[in-house]
Write a protein that binds this ligand. Structure first.
Ligand SMILES: NC(=O)c1ccc[n+]([C@@H]2O[C@H](COP(=O)([O-])OP(=O)(O)OC[C@H]3O[C@@H](n4cnc5c(N)ncnc54)[C@H](O)[C@@H]3O)[C@@H](O)[C@H]2O)c1
Length: 254
């Protein structure tokens, strides 16, 4: 019960890494606000957590919208009385060369992947500063925030921004009780990756290619990301701030 008594907002909680993290945080005692644009999956997850003895509610929130970020955080404070953990995990991909990316593609991706965490953190920090125990911010970046990959320049730029956002906020609040870190998943078997592979001319071949490109010869799982996220937000990581932690099976070691 490493998060006993803690409250957390998780964005992008309906599927993939966010969903696995919600289940794990709930098992460890956290009371949760699950935020996402996929209502049915989010509601079902909140109910599943409640059935297994946890506490969670779903709030529909599009993280590209300032008001939605503020609403999900306020919901946590109103419902549970405090905000201990903000896990900005929602993200979208744009597997396109820059020259083929429209204004809407670029604005849409940056709105979710960069503006979302900025809006959420800006609203959460003053609340955490008011609490004697402070708080923890965690952003899902990516290995592509640390090393580049081909044909996804806007996505890489967005994840690089998230890594530096975590480091910059970590320094700004290091003496004021707020820790800030970034989680950098490698290639993880989630609905996002499945959609990405399905868009390839030969999805089965693309899937094999992802796997063999990994030092461990396999993809990561959402649960492995959730375990790392749990550690980063837990009191066990009390002296860890400003870190961009790869959970990538050794990919960025190459
Ligand atoms: N899967 C990978 O290989 C991988 C690798 C590195 C980083 N990531 C990052 O991990 C995070 C989670 O991705 P995932 O792989 O679990 O994908 P996913 O598609 O399974 O989950 C993303 C979730 O975010 C939600 N979402 C999308 N746009 C949103 C918005 N505007 N507002 C609120 N919620 C929104 C989706 O509905 C979904 O539930 C993302 O930030 C992604 O960039 C994934």
């Amino acid at each position: 019960m490493r998060l006993q008594g803690k409250t957390a907002v998780i964005t992008g909680a309906s599927t993939g890494i966010g969903r696995a993290s919600a289940l794990r945080f709930a098992q460890e005692g956290a009371r949760l606000v699950l935020a996402d644009v996929q209502d049915a999956e989010g509601e079902a997850l909140a109910q599943a957590i409640a059935r297994s003895g946890g506490t969670a509610c779903f709030v529909r929130a599009d993280v590209s919208r300032r008001a939605d970020n503020e609403r999900m955080i306020d919901a946590c404070v109103e419902r549970y009385g405090r905000l201990d953990i903000l896990f900005c995990n929602a993200g979208i991909n744009l597997p396109k060369p820059l020259v083929d990316s429209s204004d809407d593609d670029i604005d849409g991706l940056l709105a979710v992947n960069v503006r979302g965490p900025l809006y959420a953190a800006r609203h959460a920090i003053p609340i955490m500063l008011e609490q004697p125990e402070g708080g923890v911010l965690l952003f899902t970046a990516s290995k592509t925030g640390l090393v580049a990959q081909t044909d996804s320049p806007v996505y890489c730029a967005s994840k690089g921004a998230v890594v530096l956002l975590a480091k910059a906020l970590a320094l700004d609040y290091a003496t004021r009780g707020i820790r800030v870190n970034a989680l950098c998943p490698g290639i993880i078997d989630t609905p996002m990756l499945r959609r990405f592979a399905d868009a390839m001319p030969d999805p089965a071949a693309a899937w094999t290619e992802y796997r063999v490109a990994q030092p461990m010869g396999r993809l990561g799982t959402p649960e492995e990301c959730a375990a790392a996220a749990l550690w980063l937000v837990s009191p066990e990581a009390g002296f860890v701030t400003g870190v961009a932690l790869p959970v990538d099976g050794g990919f960025t070691a190459m």
